[in-house]
Write a protein that binds this ligand. Structure first.
Ligand SMILES: Nc1ncnc2c1ncn2[C@@H]1O[C@H](COP(=O)(O)OP(=O)(O)OP(=O)(O)O)[C@@H](O)[C@H]1O
Ligand SMILES: [Mg+2]
Length: 315
C-alpha cells in the first residue's frame, strides 16, 4: 500500500474551514429574503440526518460525562486497551472526539504524522494493539484549536469518515466534557450502540452527569452503565477509606435506574501511568484497577452481544 503524508492536506483543509464563516453569513442574508415559514417547513421536513455506519466498523460506543476532568479519557483509554487484552483477536479502535483538548495521544503514547493510504483515507496510529485517531495528531504541537460549531462538526466528519478504521469490532469514542455540538453530531450521524457515563461522587458533578444522561435519552443513545471515578481515597498508612468527594453516586444511579459497573478510587499510580502513556491495564496488570478495567471491558462485550441478540429476535 502506498502511503503519503497527511499534514499538508490537513493544513489545506483547516484553512478551508476558516473561510466557512463568510459563507454562513452569505447564506443567512439569502435566508432573510425568503419566506420564513416556508424555510422553517423545509427544514422540518428534512427530519434528523441519516445515521450512516462507518465502513467496516461493527460497533461504536461513547465514553462521556457532562462534567470535565472526571476521568473520561482515562476510562476510554483503559477500556479500549482492556477490550484488546481480553479479546486479542478482536480489532479495537479509539477515537479522540475532543477536538479542543485532545489527550489520547499522550495517554496512548502515540505521536507522529499519520499517513494517507491509496484511498485517501488517514491511517490510524496503532499502540497497544488499538487503532487510534485524534485531532492532536493532525494539528501541530500545542496549537490551540479555535473553531465554531460547524467547524467542529466538519472536523468530526474527518476523524470518523476520512480515517481507515475498518475492519473494527468496536470503536471506543472519547468525548469532550459538556453536552454540546460534539455529542449531538456523533449521536445524529453515527449509529451509537451505547454510552458509558463517567462521574465523580460530588453532588455538583452528579447534577451535571444527570444533564448528560438526559441528553443521551433525548438522542436515543442507550446507557450501558456508570463508571464512578475518584470514588474515595485509601490512606496509605492505615488503609482507611476516605470519601473525600462525598458518596452520592449510588443514590443517583438508583434514581435513574442505572448500574454502577465499576468504582475507581483516587490513586496516584493510576494518574502517573496514564499521564506517561502507559495505561494501568498494561503498566500494572496485576493491580485492582487493571482487574476492574477488564471487568468493565467484559461488561461492554456482553452488552454488545446481548444487544445483537435482541435485534436479531426483533427482526
Ligand atoms: N482514579 C484516578 N486516580 C487518580 N488520578 C486520576 C484518576 N482518574 C483520572 N485521574 C487523573 O485525572 C486527570 C483527568 O483525567 P482525564 O483526562 O481522564 O479526565 P477527562 O474527564 O477526560 O477530562 P476532560 O474533561 O478535560 O477531557 C488525569 O491527569 C488523570 O491522570
Ligand atoms: Mg478527556
Amino acid at each position: 500500500m502506498k502511503l503519503q503524508k497527511v499534514l499538508p492536506r490537513i493544513h489545506g483543509y483547516l484553512s478551508n474551514l476558516s473561510t466557512s464563516t463568510p459563507l454562513c453569513y452569505t447564506t443567512r442574508l439569502q435566508h432573510d429574503k425568503i419566506n420564513v415559514n416556508e424555510h422553517r417547513a423545509k427544514i422540518m421536513a428534512r427530519g434528523l440526518p441519516e445515521k450512516k455506519p462507518l465502513p467496516g466498523v461493527k460497533k461504536i460506543i461513547l465514553v462521556a460525562s457532562g462534567k470535565g476532568g472526571v476521568g473520561k479519557t482515562t476510562t476510554a483509554v483503559n477500556l479500549a486497551c482492556a477490550m484488546k487484552v481480553i479479546e486479542p483477536n478482536k480489532e479495537i479502535g479509539l477515537l479522540d472526539a475532543d477536538v479542543f483538548g485532545p489527550s489520547v495521544p499522550i495517554m496512548m503514547n502515540i505521536s507522529g504524522e499519520p499517513m494517507l493510504n491509496d484511498n485517501h483515507l488517514i491511517e490510524p496510529l496503532i499502540n497497544y494493539g488499538v487503532k487510534c485517531m485524534s485531532m492532536g495528531l493532525l494539528v501541530a504541537g500545542e496549537n490551540a484549536v479555535v473553531w465554531r460549531g460547524l467547524m467542529v462538526m466538519q472536523a468530526l466528519e474527518r476523524l470518523t469518515r476520512h480515517v481507515a478504521w475498518g475492519p473494527l469490532d468496536c470503536l471506543v469514542v472519547d468525548t469532550p466534557p459538556g453536552t454540546g455540538d460534539t455529542h449531538l453530531s456523533l449521536a445524529q450521524n453515527l449509529p451509537i450502540d451505547g454510552a458509558i457515563v463517567v462521574t465523580t461522587p460530588q453532588s455538583a458533578a452528579l447534577q451535571v452527569t444527570k444533564r448528560g444522561l438526559n441528553m443521551f435519552e433525548k438522542l436515543n443513545v442507550p446507557i450501558i452503565g456508570l463508571v464512578e471515578n475518584m470514588s474515595h481515597a485509601i490512606c496509605k498508612n492505615c488503609g482507611t477509606r476516605n470519601f473525600i468527594f462525598g458518596n452520592e453516586t449510588k443514590q443517583m444511579a438508583e434514581q435513574m435506574g442505572l448500574e454502577i459497573i465499576e468504582s475507581f478510587e483516587v490513586d496516584p499510580d493510576m494518574s502517573e501511568c496514564i499521564n506517561s502513556g502507559k495505561p494501568a491495564i498494561y503498566a500494572l496488570p496485576d493491580s485492582i484497577h487493571a482487574e476492574k478495567y477488564r471487568h468493565l471491558a467484559n461488561k461492554v462485550f456482553k452488552y454488545l452481544s446481548s444487544k445483537d441478540q435482541k435485534e436479531a429476535i426483533a427482526k
